[in-house]
Write a protein that binds this ligand. Sequence first.
Ligand code: NAD
Length: 494
Amino acid sequence: MSDARSMTPRLPEPKLLIDGESVAPEGGTIPVTNPATGETFFHAPAAGVSDVDKAVHAARRAFESGPWSRMNPSARGKLVRKLAEALWERREEVALVGSLENGKTFREAIRGDVAPGSATLAYASEWSNKLAGEVLPVDGSFLTYVQREPLGVVAAIVPWNYPTCLACWKLGPALATGCTVILKPSELTPLTAMKLGELAREVGFPPGVLNVLPGYGAPTGEALARHPGVDKIAFTGSVRTARRLLHASADTNLKKLTLELGGKSPQIIFPDADMARAVEACFWGIFGNKGEVCNAGSRVLVHARAHDAFAETLAKRAREMVVGDPLDARTEMGAQVSAHQLETILGYIESGKSEGATLACGGARDSEGIKAKGNFLKPTVFVDVQPHMRIAQEEIFGPVLSVLRFEDEAQALRMANGTSYGLAASLWTRDVARAHALAKKVQAGVVWINCFNEFDDAAPFGGYKESGWGRDLSAHALENYTQLKTVWTHLPEV
Ligand code: NAD
């Protein structure tokens, strides 16, 4: 890994990508601010409603009558593979702008965002010619088969916390199955998506197949959500925005939706757990990527017998965490994505204090030295947290951990399932039978046993309850971008 401090960022051309062309935006510009320094270092284009319309028409043409629909599946797969390879080759370049726009460390930008994004594209590319249909054993004299067809024009609306990886979670299966895409990144992190657009052009994607429209939620995202030419929204973001998308779909063309939303994931620690590993997993589970992680292990539930020692070891590790310049290889935690996000997190810290939780460490801005200009926060651990408190119920999306004490398994399970979310959970115990029995009862789309935050392209990811609909990653993700067609042929008697 290069020393990011000595690298010069290669910023993208400040234009939209529509129909294979660089297009000046009709919606003005978006100032992009470095969360670590407070400096605005780029003005990204903001797509207006008319730009959305143009991009949707380009994507539809590429889907219905353009080269994408005529291309052999294997050739389509090869192009997606080329994009994966280009992203891997240029990972440092993309990660640098990703770190500058998001505030995550350069290391996290490479290992947690760009590299996994490239891997997902590579995995999806292999599926382009492997989605077979079925011949059905129906009654009567018929040949009846089912084939999978691409859904059409997909609007991928993604957030700022893993801007490259989450875009690739949508692009991979959408493009591999033959859909065309309009990618709308968050207004806070448009650069990485623009880089993806650049790479797609360079590797030879036909015009209209991938369009990149940076813009705000309104009007850009809303225009996509309401456009009758969009067949599907592949969304990652907040529950609040998901509700708006559902309304927009209901009010227009009933476009399909997949929703990857928030979480309040519990890590449950039993007294027989491997404590050293569990502490490390709980530490990175909340402080990795500065807690701006949908499946962050933001609640740690510890058995009463282990509670005090566990909480203290965790708080000690948090006090020692190196917070600072995201480009410095020694830094463990960078800056929160925006001043607004920092204020939201500080508001939750106040609510924790006023509701009676005890601060074991952190709880304030970190404004030491050069950090004064950025959105830095001290890693925060609350103990004496009760399940009804806001810090135990709501997604904070920052480096704030709530530690809760439980007396028995039944209470742990009630606490674990006692929020509106159901994205992920982990169980730490050497009792394998207990772990599997509990895994069955935990309401979460992913359960990790004696590990946390493990991802693989072969393993689906997504939530129960208000954490969303549908799954990203794995072969299951392909179902979100295809629909079934049943074809009946009457066979004459011979
Ligand atoms: P957000 O919902 O505010 O924004 C997400 C995207 O939606 C952005 O591109 C935004 O511009 C767009 N948007 C906002 N309003 C819109 C509207 N009215 N119509 C159409 N688009 C609109 O979320 P965020 O703050 O960017 O991201 C944080 C959220 O994302 C958290 O809740 C987090 O848990 C969730 N998240 C989930 C996963 C997952 O895989 N489950 C992964 C990462 C983040």
